[in-house]
Design a protein around this ligand. Structure first.
Ligand SMILES: *Cc1c(COP(=O)(O)O)cnc(C)c1O
Length: 416
């Protein structure tokens, strides 16, 4: 059967040796999974989740018990006062956009302390000109680069003492950059500094790809508001679209009134049949995130053994589910992505090619043979076609399918 999938025998042999070395690391992943499963289960019990919560509303969506309860569950998970979990958010980028527009007013300043934010925010902020950007409304933007993959504490302190900064954005996952993702301890340390100098500054976290990777979420260590995508970690591969925002009641009200209507806020927004998927997705999420982590760790050691540069290494502490493979070669990047696609359950016959994606500057290759379009909690691999030709691989609904995908992709590059 492995022949049928065109997985090389040398790759199978290597996988056995690699897995033996990963036993203890996988055990640690399982331990975090168990902790987060308990977190979810306790919240389901607290809110007495039952079939009534799977019901849906249409039209305005008044009195949607399922939707309102899901938002209470999310607030529990993140230990916040409130949350907004909606299919009316197209995805994470949309939720980040709505949140920024909700929190910032003309002449306010947005400061990113993790360098340039995720590519899709370029036109939202106005880094790339757009008539609908924050900049076009008179919102100032500044950024401070990371130094040696950590915050530039000195520069941050100096800037905060100069004049008031309304919102600080911290993007934990690396996006399409070459830096490392930020573990919760680093986030905690910098928030402490920010709050000491400027307690009124809103700390906003782009939490995409980081949920349930560790036992603690950023809102537990001082972040005021956090945003993430439901076609990533917390959707558990079951949510059909959407995003979440968690934070204080006051901030969530602002975000809700920007997403819907001032004066209506959270009261409207029909769930149109997705409540059960959101609950089931969240229920599965700790385990799906664990499978994604194991897939990433497996890939990291396999490719390292084959002489490729990888980040993070198999035994490094992880902040997110993303595995980088630095190919230094466009053909290998493309072949690897095509291998991931060929091992997918859906669209396995499609051969991905680099293309000009809306919202991105360079051509990007994207492999995702997923049940949900663009879902990257399902095994997926993408990368901009620019040096050093890095593959960004993430997801894996089960470790077994993830492992097969990695073995197929490796076979695809060694048989080139
Ligand atoms: C994926 C991602 C986003 C955007 O989320 P989408 O759901 O793809 O719109 C934003 N920030 C980071 C760090 C991401 O990884």
């Amino acid at each position: 059967m492995l022949d049928e999938l065109k997985i090389d025998t040398s790759v199978v042999e290597l996988s056995k040796k690699v897995e033996e070395r990963l036993v203890d690391i996988f055990k640690a992943v399982d331990e975090v999974c168990e902790f987060n499963s308990l977190k979810v289960l306790n919240s389901f019990h607290k809110h007495q989740i039952s079939e009534v919560h799977f019901n849906m509303t249409t039209g305005y969506g008044y009195g949607d018990i399922g939707r309102d309860t899901i938002e209470k569950v999310y607030a529990d998970i993140f230990k916040t006062e409130d949350s907004l979990v909606r299919g009316q958010f197209i995805s994470g980028s949309h939720a980040l956009t709505v949140t920024l527009f909700a929190l910032l007013r003309p002449n306010d300043t947005l400061l990113s302390i993790t360098g340039k934010p995720y590519d899709t925010l370029d036109e939202v902020i106005g880094i790339v000109p757009n008539d609908s950007s924050l900049k076009s409304f008179g919102v100032n933007y500044e950024q401070i680069e990371l130094v040696n993959d950590d915050f530039d504490y000195e520069k941050i302190e100096k800037r905060l003492k100069e004049s008031f900064v309304k919102v600080i954005e911290i993007q934990r996952s690396k996006g399409y950059s070459t830096r490392k993702s930020l573990v919760i301890e680093a986030v905690e340390k910098v928030i402490k500094l920010i709050k000491e100098i400027s307690p009124e500054t809103i700390v906003m976290i782009d939490n995409c790809y980081c949920e349930f990777v560790d036992k603690t979420e950023p809102t537990e260590v001082g972040a005021d508001i956090a945003v993430g995508s439901l076609i990533k970690n917390l959707g558990g591969g079951i949510a059909p679209n959407g995003a979440y925002v968690v934070g204080s009641e006051k901030l969530i009200k602002l975000v809700a009134e920007r997403l819907t209507v001032p004066g209506e806020g959270k009261e409207v927004g029909p769930s149109m049949g997705m409540n059960k998927s959101l609950l089931q997705g969240l229920f599965m999420a700790p385990s799906v995130v664990a499978s994604s982590l194991k897939t990433a760790i497996f890939a990291s050691l396999m490719l390292e053994e084959l002489g490729f540069k990888v980040e993070p290494k198999y035994n490094e502490k992880r902040a997110d589910i993303v595995q980088n493979i630095i190919f230094n070669n466009p053909e290998k990047l493309i072949k690897y992505c095509q291998g991931i696609q060929a091992a997918s359950p859906v669209d396995s016959n499609a051969i991905p090619e680099p293309w000009e994606m809306p919202g991105y500057t360079d051509k990007v290759i994207m492999a995702a043979g997923a049940f949900t379009q663009g879902s990257s909690i399902e095994l997926s691999c993408d990368g901009p076609i620019r040096p050093p030709y890095i593959a960004y691989m993430q997801g894996g609904l089960t470790y077994q399918y993830g492992k097969l995908g990695v073995m197929k992709a490796i076979s695809n590059i060694i048989n080139q």
